[in-house]
Design a protein around this ligand. Structure first.
Ligand code: HEM
Length: 259
């Protein structure tokens, strides 16, 4: 890990130095915004190289593994559930008719995709555990938790409570149909955490995943290699332990759109 960190630091610090040496106001990416940022409470000072590096690392690690693992798990479950896949493709053909979706369409016009994503994050909440510190003593399930104790919430466990999610191991996107979703007890479904530390990249991550999945499914059929199963590992985010092997076929022209 130490060696990997040195490698990453070298890349990130070199990019920071390159950008500082050649500032270009036309650049709109997040690194340029961090380099332009001024501390309103700190005498208008820019961020130091170390601060920019820390922000970049956080965005890379909070934002990369979580998103890519979720895409993998989602495509894996769809390949195992042809009926769910076909509902999703119907929705795509109906709403998009082969077009590239806009951000607004991805956010509001594809409810089937939303449910599939919600259910994927229920079964595989990439950031599956969250650290907290207890402020005041309290009792829970017959255990006294003292003030100052470190406690973790665990979405992997909450998301499998059978009284909230019947048959918890089954992949059932309809659990997240809008009316059912509204009935979920507070805190039962927390793939992006909760409270003041809720995931900063939630909307961005959801949009990324929906974009990738939509563009892939518009073009390709992904079939699991026969006999393929997966095991899940955590290090620290959840991901498939081994690569998921799939057969990729051209999807062809969606039914009804030929010509
Ligand atoms: C499927 C994708 C993602 C999942 C499942 C996810 C999940 C989470 C969870 C569970 C937390 C902890 C919340 C807590 O402590 O209660 C978190 C925090 C955070 N996430 Fe995400 N995340 C995702 C994508 C992203 C993306 C794309 C970014 C940024 C580009 C991002 C940036 C962050 C940051 C900065 C925090 C720390 C927030 C804070 O402590 O104030 N996440 N995320």
């Amino acid at each position: 890990m130490q060696t990997a960190r040195v490698t990453l630091d070298t890349i990130v610090y070199a990019e920071i130095a390159r950008r500082r040496a050649d500032p270009d106001p036309a650049r709109q990416d997040v690194l340029s915004m961090l380099l332009e940022a001024r501390d309103a409470d700190g005498g208008d000072a820019p961020l130091s190289d170390r601060e920019v590096r820390d922000q970049v690392m956080t965005l890379l690690f909070a934002g990369h593994d979580t998103t890519t693992s979720t895409v993998s798990f989602l495509l894996y479950e769809l390949a195992r559930h042809p009926r769910e896949l076909s509902k999703l493709l119907d929705e795509q053909d109906r709403v998009l008719a082969g077009r590239t979706p806009t951000a607004a369409e991805l956010t509001t016009a594809l409810p089937q995709l939303e449910m599939v994503l919600d259910e994927t994050l229920r079964l595989y909440p990439a950031a599956w555990i969250g650290p907290r510190k207890c402020i005041d003593e309290f009792e829970f399930g017959g255990h006294r938790v003292p003030a100052g104790a470190y406690v973790n919430y665990c979405s992997w466990a909450s998301h499998r409570l059978p009284d909230v999610f019947p048959e918890p191991e089954a992949f059932v996107p309809e659990r997240f149909a809008p009316a059912a979703k509204a009935q979920l007890p507070k805190g039962a479904y927390v793939p992006f955490g909760g409270g003041s530390r809720t995931c900063l990249g939630m909307r961005f991550g959801q949009l990324e995943i929906k974009t990738i999945v939509t563009l892939l499914l518009q073009r390709y059929r992904l079939e699991l290699f026969p006999g393929q199963t997966i095991t899940v590992r955590q290090m620290p985010t959840l991901s498939p332990r081994e690569p998921i092997e799939m057969i990729v076929r051209e999807r062809g022209v969606p039914a009804g759109l030929a010509g």
